[in-house]
Design a protein around this ligand. Structure first.
Ligand SMILES: [Fe+2]
Length: 389
């Protein structure tokens, strides 16, 4: 697997070429170590080829939450889909952990990438709705949609439930990645390496072998990379399952930059401030730059689940009515939240100018997504099931 013969040309002398290739080898060894630690690849042969296999792009489908005239991106868009907002009742279904990294085709982790997932609930219902409210048939405790902004290691993670089945498709999770500096999300889908059974234990009509979307992936390596075994989650109580899935982007990521601060996030202590009433608020001050978008999370580690995006106000007395803001000028940006942090500090995520903000405006469509979703009638027609994705 290691193809040792590939190392021989790099031995002879300390030329400029030697320095470059040695560094390349070191990088590959480092990547190999990281991948081995993560258990992310079943085969490492691709690491020694010119590039990794790019994750196949698949249709976005009609159920991305924003794809309605109402652009229903939910307020709860953190990486824990099992709990909705501050709810204590978990979603119905088998708790499932999905983790991995966003890599470029050379194996370099992409930081500042927005990873989004959405899928059907235990009974096969999406939260997506063509009205102003989410699908009333969907599990009221299921978030149905989540986002994760990668740090410098490119890692993402979600806690969700096993995706439910709906007519015309085998079991799958939709995923999208928006590279930093881009507005277009690249869409794909993840499949289970197991037969699909309905809730009564009956074999489902659509399996991986006859799923119309997965069937569109002709390349065997690309196809295999979309299908993952889900196994019992280590250390988890009960029957929770997990899998690791790296997403390899075909185009080069624009490296996000933030003066004097590596990574894609800022860890900032909050200062308790009065709001003019008995209610307390916490002020979070960050150095801001024009065009960067900022969000606040309660868990500064960003590595554990259960952190939640905190809505905030832009003034101490202002209404707490937003969860993202774009700085207009350079200087200190003050954000005011109603909730204390979990671990003594807040995490402030930022996105570079021009990045997908995951908000109702400026939605882009991933390649294969078929362009902009027209409003009105055609969406309704899709929801009738004529065009299942
Ligand atoms: Fe779907």
């Amino acid at each position: 697997m290691a193809q040792p013969g590939r190392h021989a040309p790099f031995q002879p002398c300390l030329t400029a070429m030697h320095l470059v290739t040695s560094r390349t080898l070191a990088t590959r060894r480092r990547i190999l170590g990281q991948l081995a630690a993560a258990g992310a690849f079943s085969s490492v042969s691709g690491l020694f080829a010119e590039a990794l296999t790019v994750t196949a792009k698949l249709t976005e489908g009609p159920y991305y939450p924003a794809n309605t005239p109402f652009n229903n991106i939910p307020l709860d868009k953190d990486n824990d889909l099992v709990l909705l907002n501050d709810g204590l009742t978990p979603a119905t279904g088998l708790v499932t952990h999905l983790a991995g990294r966003v890599l470029d085709r050379n194996g370099k982790p992409v930081r500042g990438a927005l990873v989004e997932i959405w899928h059907a609930d235990h009974h096969g219902e999406y939260i997506q709705s063509t009205t102003a409210v989410r699908n009333p048939k969907s599990d009221p405790n299921f978030a149905g949609f989540g986002q994760f902004l990668t740090g410098k290691d490119g890692a993402y993670r979600f806690r969700t439930i096993k995706a439910g089945l709906y007519r015309g498709r085998t079991r799958h999770i939709h995923a999208a990645v928006t590279l930093p500096g881009e507005k277009i999300r690249t869409c794909t889908q993840l499949f289970w390496d197991e037969p699909s059974y309905d809730l009564n234990g009956k074999l489902w009509a659509q399996q991986n072998d006859n799923d119309g979307v997965l069937g569109g992936v002709r390349d065997a390596v690309q196809r295999a990379a979309l299908i993952r075994k889900f196994t019992k989650a280590a250390g988890a109580a009960g029957d929770e399952e997990s899998t690791v899935w790296d997403i390899v982007m075909g185009s080069a990521a624009m490296e996000p930059s933030y003066p004097n601060t590596p990574g894609g996030e800022l860890v900032v202590p909050g200062e308790a401030v009065g709001s003019g009433s008995s209610k307390s608020r916490w002020k979070i001050a960050v150095p801001a730059y024009p065009g960067y978008a900022y969000e606040v999370y309660a868990n500064p580690t960003h590595g554990t689940l259960g952190y939640a995006a905190l809505p905030f106000a832009l003034t101490v007395e202002g209404k707490v009515d937003r969860n993202i803001t774009v700085a207009e000028k350079e200087g200190t940006l003050e954000l005011y939240v109603d909730k204390p942090s979990v671990k003594g500090a807040y995490l402030v995520g930022y996105r570079v100018p021009g990045a997908n903000l995951g908000t109702p405006t400026g939605r882009g469509m991933g390649p294969g997504g078929g362009g902009g979703r027209p409003p009105g009638g055609e969406v309704s027609e899709l929801l009738l099931g004529r065009d299942p994705f």
